[in-house]
Design a binder for this molecule. Sequence first.
Ligand code: FAD
Length: 356
Amino acid sequence: MNEVDVVIVGGGQAALATAYFLRRTGLSFVLLDAEEGPGAAWRHGWESLTLFSPAQWSSLPGWPMPPANGYPSRDHVIDYLARYEARYKLPVVRPVWVQAVRRDGSSFLVEADGGRTWRSRAVVSATGTWRHPYVPAYPAQESFSGVQIHSAHYRHPRDFAGQRVLVVGGGNSGAQIMAEMAGIAQTTWVTPSDPVFLPDDVDGRVLFEQATARWQAMQQGLPVPERSAGFGDIVMVPPVAAARRRGDLVSVRPFTGFTPTGVVWPDGRESEVDAVIWCTGFLPALDHLQPLGVLDAEGRIAVDGTRSVADPGLWLVGYGDWTGFASATLVGVMRSARSTAQEIGETLSTDSHDQS
Ligand code: FAD
């Protein structure tokens, strides 16, 4: 049995940023990560995936992301995360798949594959969303004999060369995958409404600044500025801008259901389809927390800041606005990570004094 003050489940940007600040508390901690190497979800991104913010707007606390040639690539992010954890000597153990987190009196038992167990006084869950892709349900979906994959598992357009492909979803993933499929596969883009393309000069940095201004106004009870752009809107990274100029980013409204060999459209027409790529988002990966009884019917956990309301020894970092404003982004996770580490430091030192 391994014993530490704090177990962090995960080894991505949220886990690393939290660990960066935990080092300052003097507490012992470990990061348990399911991946074979550094880079977390970015290891699974498609080959051409690029960030939609410049490098200087994609940095974790302490050490800025080195400049990239244009928007940073997937591999640039993986390299940054690998060097980040080495730079700060963060104690990441991998691969470790955490199966269950249980209460054992005042401490937690963290159970992983291979019968490995850690005992801790606090747990930070930073498992992200990439391992929990969301696919909407459609009638007769199970009867469809073609390929269905989520963007979480999409790699390269050559895997679909010459095929009839539906790309479903009107966000950045759908647009980026559509952009590189054109001319390689026979693609149809399916979106619930017309996609929102941002002006060419609006990237992740501008989105972050606008969202921050709205968030700060809300915190201070001031009038909230109009929302002119959102994180779900499509950033015109160069391949997407080029595809739109070519006329390759035209979308149609969703089909109503599947047939064994394709889909049915609202007017009753049927199309033969070889593959569907779901670019339909993600849900938090929280299964390992089931034994704590903290998940609600929607699979969410009630938090005060980043701290579980039902179990105050548990913190959640990086899942989205519900665990901290913009916390599911590289640059946005710092605030949540810092406040979480501070709160854990204060809580565990108070507990120690109470016991002495
Ligand atoms: P993850 O990176 O998912 O890390 C979680 C880690 O925990 C993984 O290593 C995982 O294997 C591990 N894990 C999960 N469950 C367990 C378990 N039970 N036991 C042990 N380990 C476990 N953000 C930006 O800032 N800029 C962008 O331009 C940007 N572009 C994006 C483009 C796409 C297509 C997507 C999908 C996301 C993008 N994001 C972007 C969002 C965001 O940065 C990522 O979602 C980010 O990976 C979240 O980091 P994380 O550390 O919370 O989770």
